[in-house]
Ligand binder design. Structure first.
Ligand code: DGL
Length: 255
């Protein structure tokens, strides 16, 4: 049993889609959420830069006494999770990866899009994931570099977003896919707009629930779950703009 906080990290506000699930599953935990909005988007940075930023933030979060770190960012996970685990071999470190498995299980032989940042799609981790499932489905890689900025400014549905989505998804719409994997933690906040372009019958998959379940499982195994009935959430951001806090609270959809 341990009331030390669980640190949750993302390049910006996207990881709140994971924090939302973590809080739902473990309401008694204390959380520190750190969004690096000052440096977002990570998806167009080099692997070395993403690694450096992620390691710096992890160091600070562990020095604040975090009992676990959830890297709620597919891009940072792809670029830095191995190095993080090497640097902190005794810490619980959970990453997130595109939820391709549930999509392939649901639509064997079907057409599946994987929407993610350029960095996630170019990394070795994704190549390994793809090679596991490529034979079972018609999988399309779909980089969506412009979507993160919409979430960061709280523009979750607008004609401009619709236009950008149509542009980024063009070439993947005929025939429409059966499933789309939201391989960036920002994208679940754009589900309504994405569904409008891909069609309501296209099922959207994201890894937030799986990541939350895995985090609870690891804490339970280590005997580190919190005994509290209700925990707290501390929101931190590398940009000190009051509008970000308001937007974060809105995205978290907490009572
Ligand atoms: N939310 C992040 C992810 O899951 C990255 C967004 C970005 O900064 O490019 O990949």
């Amino acid at each position: 049993m341990c009331t030390a906080p669980i640190a949750v990290f993302d390049s910006g506000l996207g990881g709140l889609s994971v924090l939302r699930e973590l809080v739902r599953l473990m309401p008694g935990e204390n959380f520190i959420y750190f969004g690096d909005s000052a440096n977002a988007p990570y998806g167009c940075r080099s692997t070395e830069e993403i690694r450096r930023l992620t390691l710096n933030h992890a160091k600070r979060l562990f020095s604040q006494g975090a009992k676990a770190l959830v890297v709620a960012c597919n891009t940072a996970t792809s670029a830095a999770i191995d190095e993080l685990r090497r640097s902190y071999p005794h810490k619980i470190i959970i990453g997130i990866e595109p939820a391709l498995k549930p999509a392939v299980d649901r639509f064997p032989g079907g057409k599946i899009l994987v929407m993610a940042t350029d960095a996630t799609l170019r990394e070795q981790k994704f190549a390994a994931l793809l090679s596991r499932y490529a034979a079972d489905c018609d999988i399309h890689k779909c980089p969506c570099p412009e979507l993160v900025a919409f979430v960061e400014r709280g523009e979750l549905d607008s004609p401009k977003l619709h236009e950008v989505l149509r542009k980024e998804l063009a070439g993947h719409l005929e025939p429409l896919p059966q499933g789309a994997v939201l391989g960036c933690t920002h994208y679940p906040f754009l589900k309504t707009a994405i569904s409008r372009v891909l069609g309501e019958q296209c099922i959207l998959f994201d890894g937030s629930e799986g990541t939350a379940t895995q985090t609870r499982r690891r804490l339970e195994l280590a005997g580190l779950l919190s005994p509290l009935e209700k925990g707290s959430i501390c929101l931190e951001n590398s940009l000190s703009e009051p509008r970000l806090r308001e937007l974060a609270l809105k995205l978290l959809e907490l009572p």
